[in-house]
Design a binder for this molecule. Structure first.
Ligand SMILES: Nc1ncnc2c1ncn2[C@@H]1O[C@H](COP(=O)(O)OP(=O)(O)OP(=O)(O)O)[C@@H](O)[C@H]1O
Length: 268
């Protein structure tokens, strides 16, 4: 469980708080989304969850261990992995193999099992490229899948994705999300998903809404859809199919009940 207790923070040199007294809990295997307009503090919070940043006030505990406990920081960073908005920021190898193997070497993964593991995670994210392919020559979508494969190789217990589809075209974004869904079915990890697009988080267990550094509320998606004020404050648009579904429901047919199956069939 990740527990955020009364965290406040301002960046050095800034006179305003990027986070204001934020408290929330994320459970094992949960899928939560962090939502809110630009500059509301979502990415800042994500950096506290794995100890990239340590709060000025308050504390963050990962499975009971404070992120300020330097001795346990490497273990916390292994448990909580982040895929950033721009995959190029976290690519470290020249080739696809090197990129995934780098993190594995750092955790002492056996060299003789490395190639098998690299194949396994590439399959998991549906990235079919030769291991000696140069990372620089991959497409944006492929780079994003590689970043996902590299962190999945480390078997995180909590995975943070910060607007990971923002650089992808709609088809690549869809493939990326399908790969993520498949990975979650095979490995179990909590997913902390930052986005401005509600259609990407239809399966989220809970959403946390941020505005101006404060946590406005934590609720389910269904509750959010009934809260037009929060949707407006967070600059969120109800997905088109859900809007349509609600109109159809008013006529007595509940198509939204089958939304997941329709999505699996590629009809949404
Ligand atoms: N390195 C930094 N130095 C100073 N201020 C920063 C820094 N990074 C972010 N901020 C400020 O902190 C506040 C929160 O930013 P943050 O990036 O966490 O928002 P966000 O909700 O993730 O936004 P977006 O949706 O645009 O990605 C903003 O006012 C931003 O300008």
């Amino acid at each position: 469980m990740i527990k955020v207790n009364h965290v406040s923070f301002s960046y050095p040199g800034s006179n305003r708080n990027a986070l204001k007294d934020v408290s929330l809990t994320i459970h094992e295997n949960e899928f939560v989304a962090l939502l809110g307009p630009n500059g509301s503090g979502k990415s800042t919070l994500s950096m506290f969850l794995n100890g990239i940043e340590i709060p000025d006030q308050g504390e963050v505990l990962v499975d009971g261990i404070k992120t300020s406990d330097e001795m346990h920081l490497p273990a916390i960073r292994r448990k909580v992995q982040i895929v950033f908005q721009n995959p190029e920021n976290q690519q470290v190898g020249i080739t696809v193999f090197e990129d995934i193997a780098f993190g594995l070497s750092n955790i002492g993964f056996p060299t003789d099992q490395m190639e098998e593991k690299v194949h396994l995670v590439l399959n998991l994210v549906n990235l079919n490229v030769p291991l000696d392919r140069e990372v620089a020559n991959l497409s944006g979508g492929e780079k994003q899948k590689l970043a996902l494969a590299s962190v999945l190789a480390l078997e995180p217990e909590y995975l943070i994705l910060d607007e990971s589809t923002s650089m992808l075209d709609p088809f690549s974004a869809r493939y990326f999300l399908t790969a993520l869904k498949q990975a979650r079915r095979k490995l179990s990890f909590a997913l902390i998903y930052i986005t401005h697009h509600l259609q990407e988080i239809e399966e989220a267990d809970r959403v946390f809404l941020f505005n101006d550094g404060s946590l406005l509320k934590g609720c389910t998606l269904e509750e959010l859809y009934q809260d037009s004020t929060s949707l407006e404050i967070c600059k969120l648009k109800m997905p088109y199919f859900r809007h349509l579904g609600l109109l159809i429901k008013e006529q007595g047919v509940d198509v939204l009940k089958h939304a997941n199956e329709l999505e699996e069939l590629g009809l949404l």
